[in-house]
Design a binder for this molecule. Structure first.
Ligand SMILES: Nc1ncnc2c1ncn2[C@@H]1O[C@H](COP(=O)(O)OP(=O)(O)O)[C@@H](O)[C@H]1O
Ligand SMILES: [Mg+2]
Length: 249
């Protein structure tokens, strides 16, 4: 039996003027997999994510989600199909409380399915559910504070809570550890470990300890091209990768 990948990317190409940011990228992400993309600055990682979320349209190539061609689908439709993107683009409303930020994501997901429920009951249900995500991310004590009162690390945790609340099928995480201290990075790594398997995650991350601890598979992007895909062990041993990226003999 073969299982179809949740996400399939074929021959994806995107240029900015003379710069080829993604060059003939092929990538399969299986359902439930945590797939990491690593590569030096400017390799095209964020450009790849942007083409998956629909923020950028590819020049060439194809993207399918669950067998459906989404190459030309607008971002809002991909979001409705279960692709969420976090980090490097912040989605928090700073004036609103932590809980309300998460509640907004729950409400957006539930949409019209709540039409026949009494408003008071509906609000209570949404807040209850939002609170479970807030608690999961260790932000219970901060729930009623405005988002603006939280630290950078806590904002990252909030973004994960929002992605969870949206019940994303595919979470695109672009450098969630950037700017975090070692303790905060460890907390986020632990949380992602716990999440593993229940969501499909495409993780871009510079923190190699986090990547090698978390990933089922890793793809290495260099100058817009994927030079290797494999398990953490295979990637660690791969000569091309060591040469081009890990920078060792
Ligand atoms: N909007 C843009 N306009 C022009 N060039 C861009 C744009 N976005 C990215 N690039 C270029 O494309 C290349 C890949 O960038 P990026 O995807 O941000 O890499 P990474 O996320 O791996 O650091 C870089 O050379 C960058 O300068
Ligand atoms: Mg980037």
């Amino acid at each position: 039996m073969t299982t179809l990948p949740l996400l399939q990317v074929a021959a994806l190409r995107k240029s900015f003027g003379g710069v080829v940011a993604t060059d003939d990228v092929f990538l399969n992400v299986m359902k439930g997999e945590l797939h990491a993309i690593i590569g030096p600055n400017g390799a095209g990682k964020t450009t790849l994510i942007s083409q998956l979320s629909g923020a950028l349209m590819p020049d060439e190539g194809a993207i399918t989600l669950g067998g459906m061609d989404i190459t030309n689908a607008p971002a809002y439709r991909r979001a409705r199909m279960g692709i969420t993107r976090s980090f490097q683009i912040t989605s928090l409303v700073m004036e609103m409380s932590v809980l309300d930020n998460v509640a907004l994501a729950v409400q957006a997901r539930k949409g019209s399915s709540f039409r026949f429920v009494k408003p008071a009951r509906k609000i209570a249900d949404i807040r209850d559910e939002a609170m479970t995500y807030v608690r999961k991310l260790g932000l219970r004590k901060r729930a009623d504070e405005p988002a603006s009162a939280l630290s950078h690390g806590e904002h990252r945790q909030m973004e994960i809570a929002i992605a969870l609340a949206s019940e994303a099928e595919l979470m695109l995480l672009d450098e969630p550890m950037a700017g975090l201290g070692p303790e905060e990075s460890r907390l986020l790594t632990d949380f992602l470990l716990e999440l593993k398997g229940s969501r499909t995650i495409l993780l871009i991350e510079h923190d190699m300890d986090a990547v090698f601890a978390l990933a089922d598979r890793i793809s290495v992007l260099v100058y817009g091209r994927i030079i290797a895909t494999g398990t953490p062990d295979e990637i660690r041993k791969n000569r091309d990768v060591r040469h081009a990226y890990l920078g060792e003999e």
